[in-house]
Design a protein around this ligand. Sequence first.
Ligand code: G6P
Ligand code: MN
Length: 429
Amino acid sequence: GIKIATIGGGSSYTPELVDGFIKRYDKLPVRELWLVDIEEGKHKLEIVGNLARRMVEKAGLPMKIYTTLDRREALKGADFVTTQLRVGLLDARIKDERIPLSHGMLGQETNGAGGLFKGLRTIPVILDICKDMDELCKDAWLVNFTNPVGMIMEAVNRYSGRKKAIGLCNVPIDMQKAIARMLNRPLEEVYITFGGLNHMVFVTGVYVDGRDVMEEVIDLWGNQSVKNIKGIEWNKGFLKQLGVIPCSYHRYYFMGKEYLEEAIEHYKENGTRAEKVKKIEEELFELYKDVNLKEKPKQLEQRGGAYYSDAACNLICSIYNDTRDIQVVNTVNRGVLDELEYDEVAEMNCIITKNGPVPVSVGKLPKAVNGLLQQIKSFEIAGAKAAVTGDYDKALLAMMINPLVFSQSHAITVLDELLEAHKEYLPQF
Ligand code: G6P
Ligand code: MN
């Protein structure tokens, strides 16, 4: 049987994961699922843990759910470790989104100044988990969903010895589902290539029945978006010239002004996305408490990360069974994307083997997106370096090379305010 340890187990997303493991039990016999959280998350952890127990019981499976605050005990002998933690909880996200916005910058949890700070808070924790894993479950795989996934995986790759680590996001699977739906085909009949970075990934090709249908898909593509980002329509002429399909998050760069205005409007009426998520979470936990609830509730689909368990559980299942099917993950690109260095992390199609993901060719990205790609990659690297050193100037460098910041004086103000606001979670500074 398999032992899984999930760090940040009290997350409202956990029923997704449990649902994914239940569905795949035949192929992926998870005998022990350890949900780990911290003292402040204890209450949520118990609610989610009990729901997980009811789900497993209803399915009639011998999967044991453990809830604990002892991370080391959970890691001991684990086969897979998943990370879905949020340092500072949603209150920290509110600050990441509000403070930049109050200085005229897009406030976002994984992009721009907010994304940098989420990285600064999270990277030391993830590196600590890597250290514990080396001691307690050396051969386990780390599957990280914690944002910002790109920066975190860059940090794991550069500053931990851990090679068995994979970053995951639901954006590719979301786009796959949208494309299959618009082509009226089941997912399995459509082959899609993805290349780029996390939250900066492009569809580079779509194939059905041995035919290249990319042009057709570009024609149909417009306002599709993940739940957390308003889907402002892409201009057709622009997409055709670009020749690849941008993901939802690209809108922050190619339509920065629109999204800044949108964020300001949204803020006036509803507060930040984080505040909205806080409300959704409260509702979700009310539902989770209901002892008659024995499955993942529909309402979970209001969250931007809906369906992430499909990505996570498919990945774990394919590693375990050495399936060698193709999935989109974040890993060292090994020279396959020639825009990036050999050992830089990319989000791309990979063959999933028991030895890990092996990147496959996804074609070439157009010159028109290369500048942005390089800029975000260097931002991820600079952010990771700032996180491990706790050096103020290195953090300023990361801020100033981010295209959503575009001001030296505001960069300094926002950096100082965020350092102050988050100081209890930034011991390295
Ligand atoms: C997306 C991203 C996730 C992110 C989520 C935010 O789908 O891929 O990485 O965490 O949205 O959603 P939320 O509901 O928390 O705003
Ligand atoms: Mn994501």
